[in-house]
Design a protein around this ligand. Structure first.
Ligand code: NAP
Length: 271
């Protein structure tokens, strides 16, 4: 494993992963959308690539650049978080999160698979515990991450005969800019609330804000996830899934509760 492409390498988990892999001597290509992010990556010894995962042409150009070089690892990490009470989330925002987190990850894998098949390389998909438990107010985001679980399961088996391994990394809350960004977007589309819903979900918005701020504050450092990505890339016998959650983190226990009880507990947070 020598050459690895990471999408969404301009901040958060992608940036921490790019930094770690470059420090370990990999040739790292970091997908970014802004020239200042490209400069910051260059300073770390990472080769920046202008790459928007929702633009096929952008993916095609990046692949052309790498065709002469080869690629052994792909980390499909780019993502956004769209949150809020589902009734209030505009369809356009829901479409956007599907476009980036699900279709963008799919388009990235599809775009670089010819190179990865040649090298019998490895795909790491950035999932989330939101792909295992869907919490209220995180519906659109969780929908993309649940779908990513399905994509990973199908892809893993399809690529087995070619020696290309597919791994999902599933972090719990991580302290990255994603939370603040999601709060900013939510404010833009939820405030003021759409006509006819004024006051209906008032408290929900406050809860969503509190949840985002708590996750941003108490989340794992992105470097922890980067280390797990490194492991997922290098393990001689990689697991299908690598969970990365803070010690004692209990949200995942919700999966094992009877649904009626789980719903009651969660609804309490909204009341
Ligand atoms: N933070 C968490 O708690 C957490 C937990 C579990 C999973 N994750 C997942 O981890 C991944 C990285 O998130 P993060 O927390 O590190 O957030 P982040 O700091 O906001 O990073 C997200 C990155 O994705 C990029 N991106 C967004 N839209 C893109 C597009 N259309 N094309 C290419 N790149 C795009 C962003 O680039 P710009 O700066 O140009 O927008 C940014 O570099 C996401 O898939 C997220 O779902 C995060």
């Amino acid at each position: 494993m020598r050459r690895v492409l990471i999408t969404g390498a301009g901040s958060g988990i992608g940036l921490a992963t790019a930094r770690l892999l470059a420090a370990k001597g990999f040739r790292v290509y970091g997908g970014v959308r802004k020239s200042q992010d490209a400069e910051a990556l260059r300073a770390l010894g990472v080769v920046p690539l202008l790459l928007d995962v929702t633009q096929e042409e952008s993916l095609l150009q990046a692949r052309r650049l790498l065709e002469g070089e080869g690629l052994e690892g792909l980390v499909a990490n780019a993502g956004i978080a769209v949150a809020g009470p589902l009734e209030l989330v505009p369809l356009s925002a829901f479409r956007q999160v599907l476009e980036v987190n699900l279709l963008g990850a799919f388009a990235t894998v599809k775009g670089f698979l010819p190179l990865l098949r040649q090298s019998r390389g490895r795909v790491v998909l950035m999932g989330s515990v939101s792909g295992l438990v869907a919490l209220p107010l995180a519906g659109p985001y969780a929908a993309t991450k649940f779908a990513l679980e399905a994509l990973a399961d199908a892809l893993r088996v399809e690529l087995l005969p070619f020696g290309v391994r597919v791994v999902l990394v599933e972090p719990g809350p991580v302290a990255t800019p994603i939370w603040e960004r999601s709060e900013r977007w939510a404010a833009a589309y939820l405030e003021p609330p759409p006509p006819g819903t004024e006051g209906v979900y008032g408290r929900y918005l406050e809860v969503a804000r509190k949840m985002a701020r708590a996750s941003a504050k108490r989340g794992l450092p992105p470097e922890r996830v980067a280390e797990v990505v490194l492991k997922a890339l290098l393990d001689p016998r990689p697991r299908a899934r690598y969970l990365v959650a803070p010690k004692g983190w209990r949200t995942l226990l919700l999966r094992h509760l009877p649904e009626a009880l789980r719903d009651k507990l969660l609804a309490r947070f909204l009341a």
